[in-house]
Design a binder for this molecule. Structure first.
Ligand code: THU
Length: 132
């Protein structure tokens, strides 16, 4: 699985975004250490707060399937029906969820399949909350 292929899977997941309130569509493709991919899209709600981000949908789908070891995630997002341009970094809540299951070297791919920006979780979440 190349980074470009993972980004394309995130783009495909984004097509299934349910985002009638924000008009902002996000897709994510999460690669496990064993090479399996779990995707997610953002799913909004009329009551707003039940909305779930694409990244958390991907993580929770994977974890509920028994996965615990992750290598990287591709994330794409932007206004629905507009072609992707700027990177869409994950929100703080999703970063914290990633930190529950991933070490600092977990990789995030942002941008577009033709313009991939790579970060580590340590880059984007230097001081995660831990219960200790
Ligand atoms: N969203 C995500 O899916 N991931 C993020 O990391 C940030 C925001 C979604 C939530 C909501 O449906 C829309 O983008 C606008 O905030």
């Amino acid at each position: 699985m190349t980074d470009r292929e993972l980004m394309i899977m995130a783009e495909d997941a984004r097509k299934r975004s349910y985002s009638p309130y924000s008009g902002f569509a996000v897709g994510a493709a999460l690669l496990t250490q064993e090479g399996k991919v779990y995707t997610g899209c953002n799913i909004e709600n009329a009551s707003f707060s039940p909305t779930c981000c694409a990244e958390r949908v991907a993580f929770f789908t994977a974890v509920s399937a028994g996965e615990r070891k992750f290598e990287k995630i591709a994330i794409v997002g932007g206004k629905a029906n507009v072609s992707l341009s700027a990177p869409c970094p994950p929100c703080g809540v999703c970063r914290q969820v990633m930190s529950e299951f991933c070490d600092g070297d977990f990789t995030l791919l942002l941008g577009t399949p033709d313009d991939i920006h790579s970060y580590t979780l340590a880059d984007i979440l230097p001081l995660s909350f831990e219960l200790k």
